[in-house]
Design a protein around this ligand. Sequence first.
Ligand code: ADP
Ligand code: MG
Length: 389
Amino acid sequence: MMTTQQQYKLIENTSFTKQSDGKVHVRCQRENHVVNFMVNENIMEFMQAFSAYQTVAQVASKLEGKGFNSEQVVSFSEKVFSSPLSHCFKQGLHYTHPKKILTRFGFKLKDVFRNSRLVAVVSAVDSNNEEVVLRVVKAPRDDKNFARQESRLNFEYQLLSELREIENVIDAYKLEDDSYVALAYKYINGTSLKDFVNRRHTIKQRVELALEIVRTFRAIHEKGFLHGDIHPSNILIDDSGKPTVIDFDCAYKIGGPVADRIGGVPHFFPPENTNESWFDQSKSIPISYYGELYQIGLVVYYCLTGKLLFDKPGYSELMEAISNNSFEVFNQTPEGEYIEENILEFIKQCVSKSPEKRELACNKLDEALAEMLGVNYKNYLNECRVELT
Ligand SMILES: Nc1ncnc2c1ncn2[C@@H]1O[C@H](COP(=O)(O)OP(=O)(O)O)[C@@H](O)[C@H]1O
Ligand SMILES: [Mg+2]
């Protein structure tokens, strides 16, 4: 049986379309890939409750008043969620299992973070028991899908080499033999920003982290790249509190060709991207430089308050809220400390619907965070100037 956490991961950002035959078409995002399936109408109510609440207990209490009991919740959840999961799993079955590829490279599989059809992201240990994370192409060299995956991996590898001097960007090295390729990343022992914000921190710790994250993304921009997929799960925090930006799978060079895979999670879509269908990548345009400035504003807000600026249970409601730019700003950290007014003001400007306003706001936000900590901002600003063509 799956854990509550997995269930929530599977169905966050779910959309429901009722069809004329009464069945409901469900699309949900699981990390970076999308799952489509059909359900009966009665299950839909249950699933919508899951979209709005995070744990089985919370869902159960919501559904109780509607005649469901918690046993039914568990049994429904298995029914609904085992289908798309096994579907994802079967899709990749005819490609090589990552375990086998890792053995060829001298690693032992430890944990699987993502196992899609052609690519798996896993953690593993080497012969010295050192842990690494690997992005493994499951298709072998003679498969028709290999070349595209390899070129994507090569691009990411080269990009990470160019970003190597930025301290908070993940380090990677390439592995290959006559059949397989993989990228190995330094293992970050810690949590994602998503888990980090929900623990107890002082406002100073939150501001320090936010500042370091803003600086890292601005430094990536300064080097001429866009990350392409900024959201809390792609920022890892180690045990000393230091953030590391990971997942450059959707990154691209400013002015260069865009990645063939478009990233982004709905809560972090900039308003100019809300007309797109995140489940149909062919209809989407990648996040722009101004879009990333907007996302930086959201991440800072999330870091300080533990909240999403735009949060609605349904996908279309969420897109509407983002595109209308309607939000409520909380002025306290989860621990009840007050956030300075000017910081909140710059966050609001970063998420402005007008992209041009965002650059100044993002720099000012950075400055305000630094000032609050008594860090010398001027030196940094001179080093980090983005030239746009
Ligand atoms: N270097 C790393 N150290 C620790 N965990 C990692 C590392 N890289 C990735 N992970 C874990 O694997 C998950 C998926 O990796 P990611 O690079 O974001 O791939 P994708 O989102 O394309 O599946 C991350 O959300 C994180 O939990
Ligand atoms: Mg990711």
